[in-house]
Design a protein around this ligand. Structure first.
Ligand SMILES: [Zn+2]
Length: 426
C-alpha cells in the first residue's frame, strides 16, 4: 500500500515500532527490542493494538518505522515568539532578554500577536504536537491583550493551554493576587495560573498569597521557578515545604528549577523527596537554560544550568522537556519541534535509551495536566493520533528525524517526507 492521501480515513497501520514505555509489560521482544505492532482504527479511536502479524492487507504497512503518540509542547511563549528579527538583546542572559522583551511590547497589536502565535502553533502541529501549553506575560493585574488574542486561535488537532505569567511581586497584595486568580479561573478551561519566581523578586508573603489564591479558585499552577544558578534560590525549597504543610487541591508544574543543580546533593535530595509526595511535575527546558545561564560575553560557559532531571526521575517525580522560547530575545533559534529539544537533552543531560524510555518526556500529557492516567496513550479506546518517523531507526532517533507523517484521529493529516525515505514502499 502506498502513502494514503491526506484526510482519508485509515483502517489502521501495520508494522510500526513503538517505544517500550507505552507497551504492556508482557509485550513480546526480539533481540532485546519490542516487536513491531499493528494498530486498528475505528471512528478515530484505536480499536486494537497487537504484535504485528503478516498479511494485514487492509492496513497501511510502515515496514518497522518508529512511531509515537501525539507529541506535547509543555512550555512555550507564543506571545513573544518570532520577534528576534526586530528585537535582539545587546547583552547575554535572562535579565537582558526580559528587558528586550519589554521594549518589543510596543509592537504587540492584536494582528501582530495573532500572526506570530498562529505561526508557532502551525509549526508545532506540523511537527506532530497535539497539546501545547503557552505562558503569556501579564504586565498588570488585568490581563494583557495577548491573553484574549491567543484564546481565539484555533489549530485543528492541537489543545492549547494558556498560563498567566505574572511576576511574583503582583501577588504581594492579597487582593491583587485574588483578582488575578479569579480572572484566570473565569477565562474558561485550559487556563492556568503562573508566576515568575526568582531571587531578584523573592517574597515569601507573595508566594503564600499566590498559593492561597490558586487554591481558592481551584487553579492548577505552572511556575517559572529558580531560573538561575545561585545555590540559595528560595523558590523550590519554599514550595516543597509549603506543600508538605498545607493542602493544595490542584496540580503544579515547576518549570526550569536550574538552581537545584547549584546547591549541595543533600539540599537537592531533601527538596526532591518532599516534592515527590505532591502532585508536582518538573519541566526541564534545556535549550534556553544552556543559552541563558552562565552567559558572560566573550567567555565559554562553564555550567549547564539544567535542573536535576535524573534525580527527579529516580525520586518518582514526573518530568517533561519543553522548548521554552522560539526565535525571540530569550532564544534566537527554534522550530517548535519537540525532537529538537530531546536531541539537545540527549547530549546536555547524557540521556540513555532515548527512543524506548526517554521519548516519554515529549509525549506524557498526564504528567503535564496532572490528570490520572488509567490507560497507556495508544491503548484500545484512545485517540488514533500518532506520529511516524520514516527516516530514522531507534539508534538514529531523534536525530535525522525531520521526515514525519502525522495521523490525527485516524486520518493522515500531514506528511513531510523525501522519496528516499519511502522508497521501500514502491
Ligand atoms: Zn518560559
Amino acid at each position: 500500500m502506498n502513502t494514503p492521501t491526506s484526510a482519508s480515513s485509515l483502517n489502521g497501520i501495520a508494522n510500526i515500532r513503538l517505544p517500550a514505555w507505552l507497551l504492556p509489560g508482557n509485550w513480546p521482544r526480539h533481540a532485546g527490542e519490542p516487536v513491531t505492532a499493528d494498530l486498528r482504527f475505528d471512528a478515530g479511536k484505536i480499536s486494537a493494538l497487537m504484535p504485528s502479524r503478516p498479511r494485514q492487507d487492509d492496513l497501511w504497512n510502515l515496514h518497522g518505522a518508529l512511531a509515537l503518540p501525539g507529541l506535547i509542547e509543555p512550555h512555550a511563549h507564543l506571545d513573544k515568539t518570532f520577534t528576534i528579527g526586530r528585537s535582539r538583546p545587546s547583552k547575554p542572559g535572562l535579565l537582558a532578554a526580559i528587558e528586550t522583551m519589554h521594549q518589543d511590547r510596543q509592537h504587540w497589536t492584536a494582528a501582530d500577536l495573532h500572526q506570530r502565535a498562529k505561526q508557532g502553533l502551525a509549526w508545532a502541529a506540523a511537527n506532530g504536537v497535539t497539546h501545547l501549553r503557552t505562558h503569556i506575560d501579564w504586565f498588570d493585574v488585568i490581563p494583557p491583550l495577548a491573553w484574549f488574542e491567543l484564546a481565539n486561535i484555533v489549530q485543528p488537532g492541537v489543545t492549547l493551554e494558556r498560563v498567566a505569567l505574572a511576576p511574583l511581586s503582583f501577588f504581594a497584595d492579597a487582593e491583587a493576587a485574588d483578582r488575578i486568580a479569579r480572572t484566570v479561573a473565569q477565562s474558561g478551561k485550559h487556563s492556568l495560573l503562573g508566576g515568575f519566581i526568582h531571587s531578584s523578586n523573592w517574597d515569601p508573603a507573595a508566594m503564600t498569597n499566590l498559593m492561597r489564591s490558586a487554591s481558592r479558585w481551584q487553579l492548577d499552577l505552572d511556575l517559572h521557578i529558580d531560573e538561575e544558578l545561585t545555590s540559595v534560590a528560595n523558590g523550590l525549597t519554599w514550595l516543597a515545604r509549603y506543600l508538605s504543610e498545607n493542602e493544595f487541591s490542584g496540580h503544579i508544574c515547576c518549570s526550569h528549577g536550574c538552581a537545584l543543580a547549584s546547591g549541595s546533593e543533600q539540599q537537592a535530595q531533601e527538596v526532591l523527596t518532599l516534592l515527590a509526595a505532591q502532585p508536582v511535575t518538573l519541566i526541564t527546558l534545556p535549550m534556553t537554560n544552556l543559552l541563558l545561564q552562565d552567559a558572560v560575553p566573550q567567555r565559554t560557559p562553564r555550567q549547564r544550568g539544567i535542573t536535576l532531571l535524573k534525580e527527579a526521575q529516580a525520586a518518582g517525580i514526573p518530568v517533561l522537556l519543553g522548548c521554552d522560547n522560539v526565535q525571540d530575545a530569550f532564544c534566537p533559534a527554534g522550530s517548535y519541534d519537540p525532537l529538537d529539544t530531546l536531541s539537545c537533552a540527549l547530549f546536555a543531560l547524557q540521556l540513555a535509551n532515548v527512543f524506548d524510555q526517554q521519548s516519554r518526556l515529549i509525549c506524557d500529557v498526564a504528567a503535564l495536566t496532572g490528570q490520572k492516567q488509567t490507560t497507556l496513550p495508544l491503548a484500545v479506546g484512545s485517540d488514533a493520533s500518532l506520529i511516524i518517523f520514516p527516516g530514522s531507526d531507534s539508534a538514529t532517533w531523534p536525530l535525522n528525524s525531520a521526515a514525519r507523517l502525522v495521523i490525527n484521529h485516524g486520518q493522515l493529516t500531514r506528511q513531510r517526507t523525501w522519496n528516499a525515505e519511502l522508497s521501500h514502499e514502491s
